[in-house]
Design a protein around this ligand. Structure first.
Ligand SMILES: Cc1cc2nc3c(=O)[nH]c(=O)nc-3n(C[C@H](O)[C@H](O)[C@H](O)COP(=O)(O)OP(=O)(O)OC[C@H]3O[C@@H](n4cnc5c(N)ncnc54)[C@H](O)[C@@H]3O)c2cc1C
Length: 391
């Protein structure tokens, strides 16, 4: 039976992925007592935040993400200073697509609107500047110089160290098994029971498991993502001086493809498909959930046609989880019936770069201060009329 721990925390945060860690960090920065609970021993690779690298960029078709990224860049730099760890490598970023296509055009307009330095390169300019990339005729690239790579595992470690240094408590290897809403809210894990004034649920693909006994189910789709690494034919050709890229070819490829210069493994470029197969996070690696490789076929075709300096078969395949919402926008909101339970979920495969502001907003919702951003796009009630939502 779980023993009871009688200290009253200002907040308990469930899940030590990047969103839970940044939330706990903001609590400790504001001198609040926080307990961060993680089901697995840290570090682990079972959720969505592990691995060496993530892309960061301001280039988004949605105005609100570009706006949030301004402060994200500041907080990432602050975290680098406080931890003495380099977490961001500026490589520049290319959005590849056709000027006439809506998402491509909106992204460009949005960068202009926010005064973000960028350029458009047509097909000929792309060929001259990036001879390693071979685009289909009529396609070009938006260049954003501030795009780059975030060091994911290092960021998690830096945050967890700082949370502890600032007085926060992290208990790993403790799975939350029961939540009793109320004031205080009571949380039981596999070993203990805790109480807090508020609760933040940042449980990634496990979110709906925790919400079921709390009377809601969100329209979240959990997807298994094949993380593929592709070998350079000539060592160094897609390394140091190669940018991150996002491929937006809706006429040719249903979902985005994205890539990062060789980094985690010498001579291997990380290129992934922005979609995967539905999977339960607890059964991700079971033989019954054997990976469907339709995405790898799409990636192979893209690599063969557009990145001719890479071997068109992946050299390494790893695994990660996405938790998608129907509109691919995040959920940052209070539980509809329990105001001191806050939910951060549905990061839809693009939440890492935005986690500094996600954590800040989840903190603000928990302490009932006015959120720094308009949260309309992130409200739970936007799903009210959708089949899967039970709110
Ligand atoms: C392959 C891949 C590439 C990506 N690339 C990018 C990118 O380039 N740029 C970008 O911005 N984003 C990217 N993302 C998305 C980004 O990584 C995710 O949005 C982000 O990591 C989500 O973090 P999270 O904290 O919500 O989830 P998670 O990292 O899954 O964390 C949730 C945590 O909650 C814990 N937990 C769950 N249930 C319980 C429980 N009952 N008790 C205790 N603990 C519990 C889990 O163990 C887990 O540690 C990528 C994601 C993947 C998979």
């Amino acid at each position: 039976m779980a023993t009871t721990h009688w200290e009253l925390y200002d907040a308990i945060v469930i899940g030590a992925g990047i969103q839970g860690c940044f939330t706990a960090y903001h609590f400790t920065k504001n001198k609040r007592k926080v307990l961060l609970l993680e089901q697995f021993f840290l570090p682990h690779s079972r959720g969505s935040s592990h691995g060496h690298s993530r892309i960061t960029r301001r280039a988004y078709p949605q105005d609100f993400y570009t706006k949030m990224m301004e402060e994200c860049y500041e907080i990432w730099a602050q975290l680098e200073n406080e931890s003495g760890t380099k977490l961001y490598r500026q490589t520049g970023l290319l959005i590849l697509g056709r000027k006439e296509e809506a998402e491509f055009r909106t992204t460009q307009d949005n960068l202009s609107k926010h005064g973000v330095e960028h350029k458009y390169f047509n097909w000929e300019e792309m060929k001259r500047r990036f001879p390693n990339i071979q685009l289909p005729p009529g396609h070009g690239g938006i260049w954003e110089s501030s795009g780059g790579v975030l060091c994911a595992d290092k960021a998690l470690k830096a945050l967890q160290d700082l949370i502890r240094q600032l007085g926060g408590v992290i208990h790993d290897g403790e799975k939350v098994t029961e939540i009793k809403p109320g004031f205080p809210v009571t949380v039981t894990t596999t070993t203990r029971t805790y109480q807090a004034k508020s609760l933040v649920i940042t449980a990634g693909p496990w979110t709906n498991q925790l919400l079921l006994p709390l009377g809601i189910q969100l329209p979240l789709q959990t997807l298994r993502i094949n993380v593929c690494y592709w070998k350079e034919k000539v060592p160094g050709s897609y390394g140091e001086n190669f940018p991150c890229f996002v491929v937006v070819f809706p006429d040719l490829i249903p979902h985005h493809i994205y890539g990062l210069p060789a980094g985690e493994y010498p001579g291997l470029v990380k290129i992934c498909y922005h979609y995967g197969n539905k999977a339960d996070p607890d059964e991700r690696d079971c033989p019954s959930a054997s990976p469907d490789v339709a995405d790898v076929r799409i990636l192979s075709g893209f690599v063969r046609d557009c990145l001719p300096g890479l071997q068109p078969q992946p050299a390494i395949m790893e695994c990660c989880m996405y938790t998608n919402t129907p509109d691919k926008n995040f959920i940052l909101d209070r539980h509809p019936k329990h105001a001191n339970i806050v939910i951060g979920a549905g990061f839809s495969g693009h939440g890492f770069k935005l986690s500094p502001v996600v954590g800040k907003v989840l903190y603000e919702l928990s302490v009932e201060s006015t959120p720094s951003y308009d949260l309309t796009p992130f409200r739970i009630r936007r799903f009210k009329h959708q089949d899967k939502a039970s709110l």
